[in-house]
Design a protein around this ligand. Structure first.
Ligand SMILES: Nc1nc2c(c(=O)[nH]1)N[C@H]1C(S)=C(S)[C@@H](COP(=O)(O)O)O[C@H]1N2
Ligand SMILES: [Mo]
Length: 200
């Protein structure tokens, strides 16, 4: 009998190092990783808010978010548990669009979600076309298990930075570690630099 790992390894593709970061393997399925129960917030009571250290914040209902300019884009995603998924297509609103009328001196944001998940990012890592609030995956409404009705997507960082069930961004003057960052994950999380844990 073949060892159980053979079939698994057999499905691994030759990794293109420009696309697949060190230590990652490519999957075809879409694993679900959640630290707690799947959140199911109905869109009629859903809002997205930007607040914190800003002169004026901003907020959108579900309809208002969907009335903003939408972007559809294809990108690769990388989970710190070592799977990468290539060529995923998403639709949503760029964080640049959401921050357009926000005046702030903050250099950091904490994304927060239903279910109390948080993750911290620099403003630089979520602006200039690097982050979106997405509601559609491969042309279909994003499933609750994957963060629907909407999740943050920051594909150039490990996937824990892409907060599922996201409800807002809090601007902060100081960098404040989020859920996984406070539990020992790297503060920045660049997969191409293998920034997995705080000591990396
Ligand atoms: N709200 C929330 N967002 C979250 C998480 C979570 O537990 N709660 N897990 C993170 C982690 S560690 C990963 S790898 C991805 C998993 O997303 P997926 O379940 O769509 O694959 O979501 C991230 N966003
Ligand atoms: Mo993860």
């Amino acid at each position: 009998m073949a060892p159980i790992s053979r079939g698994f390894h057999g499905r691994r593709r030759e990794a293109d190092p420009d696309r697949v970061p060190p230590g990652q393997y490519v999957v075809d399925d879409f694993p679900v990783l959640s630290a707690g129960p799947t959140q199911r917030t109905p869109t009629d009571s859903w809002t997205f808010a930007i607040g914190g250290a800003a002169e004026s914040g901003a907020a959108w209902s579900w309809e208002e978010l969907n009335a903003l300019p939408q972007e559809t884009f294809t990108t690769d995603i990388h989970c710190v548990t070592k799977w990468s998924k290539l060529g995923t297509t998403w639709t949503g609103v760029s964080v640049d669009t959401l921050l357009e009328d926000v005046v702030t001196e903050a250099e950091f944001v904490t994304a927060w979600s239903d279910g109390d998940y948080t993750t911290n990012l620099t403003l630089e890592d979520v602006t200039d076309g690097k982050a979106w609030v997405v509601h559609t995956f491969e042309g279909e409404p994003l499933e609750p298990e994957h963060g629907g009705p909407a999740r943050l997507l920051v594909p150039h960082l490990y996937f824990w930075k892409s907060a599922k069930w996201v409800r807002g961004l809090t601007l902060t003057l100081d960098d404040e570690p989020g859920f996984w960052e406070a539990a020992g994950y790297h503060n920045h999380g660049d997969p191409f630099k293998e920034q997995r844990y705080w000591s990396d």
